[in-house]
Design a binder for this molecule. Structure first.
Ligand code: URA
Length: 264
């Protein structure tokens, strides 16, 4: 058993919820430790109106008013963004077997703790969400929550009404396990009906799921793009390779989709 003296207990309680200034500002994307140190030394950082020149200064960021060069920072625990992934990038944040998707993010959106929400294959394009909230990520990708993923699919052969029926009935197995019912839309664009171009909505995220579903029907996916994840749609004006933070409304909608009341 460990016994703490009264001053030690006092110190522990006093420091609860407190973090170093450079860690807090780094988390909020203000800059590197070195840059934050420089800003502090220059007297450009205030906490609750007091100039803080020591970047090791500790305080509770959820309670404080922080200003950098006269601009107030909103404290946030978690972060969220969307990326329009081009083909040729791997869904990873580490430089291992290819160029990671994080290489596409501009300087101001770079962080070490981004986690991609589900995977897109190297040759798949479209909507990829990233977050720093592990619980949200877990729920968005767990089949229990049945979050929809909508794909635009181009095929080597025409899709058929039989494909629609088989996918809708959940009559397909992958790796010996039945798939949940999926919606196949044969003419997503009614003005340009084309049986080679379809939309598929699935509620789980098995490995290469869309490609393997069509392979099981004797077809082949020649192009794949995710156009929506749950309530979030890929905006038409987000260019390939482009990224942006989620709005407060989008973040809220994601939390609600998986039974969490509020974005934290
Ligand atoms: N299904 C696939 O086959 N590939 C993807 O990238 C996403 C879903």
């Amino acid at each position: 058993m460990i016994f703490l003296s009264a001053p030690e207990i006092g110190g522990f309680l006093f420091n609860m919820g407190k973090e170093r200034l450079d860690k807090i500002l780094g988390h909020l994307g203000v800059g590197t430790r070195k840059e934050i140190h420089r800003l502090a030394r220059a007297g450009l950082i205030t906490v609750d109106g007091e100039i803080i020149t020591d970047s090791a200064f500790k305080f509770d960021p959820s309670l404080a008013r922080i200003e950098v060069a006269g601009e107030r920072l909103e404290y946030q625990t978690y972060f969220y963004l969307m990326l329009n992934k081009p083909a040729g990038y791997i869904t990873s944040t580490k430089d291992r077997d290819g160029i990671p998707i994080t290489a596409l993010l501009p300087e101001e959106l770079q962080r070490d703790d981004w986690m991609p929400v589900g995977r897109l294959d190297k040759d798949t394009e479209g909507l990829l969400l990233l977050t720093t909230d592990g619980e949200l990520l877990h729920r968005l990708t767990h089949p229990r929550w049945k979050v929809t993923k909508r794909y635009y699919v181009e095929l080597a052969r025409p899709a058929t009404p039989d494909d629609v029926a088989v996918f809708a009935a959940g009559d397909l197995e992958l790796d010996g396990e039945a798939l949940q019912p999926a919606e196949l839309h044969l003419s997503p664009d009614p003005y340009k009906p084309d049986p080679y171009k379809v939309e598929l909505v699935i509620r789980e995220g098995r490995f290469h799921q869309v490609k393997r579903m069509f392979a099981a029907r004797g077809n082949e996916v020649t192009y794949l793009k995710r156009v929506a994840f749950g309530p979030i749609w890929l905006p038409a004006d987000l260019p390939l390779g482009g990224s942006r933070k989620l709005t407060a409304e989008e973040t809220q909608a994601l939390y609600h989709a998986v039974g969490l009341a509020n974005a934290k």
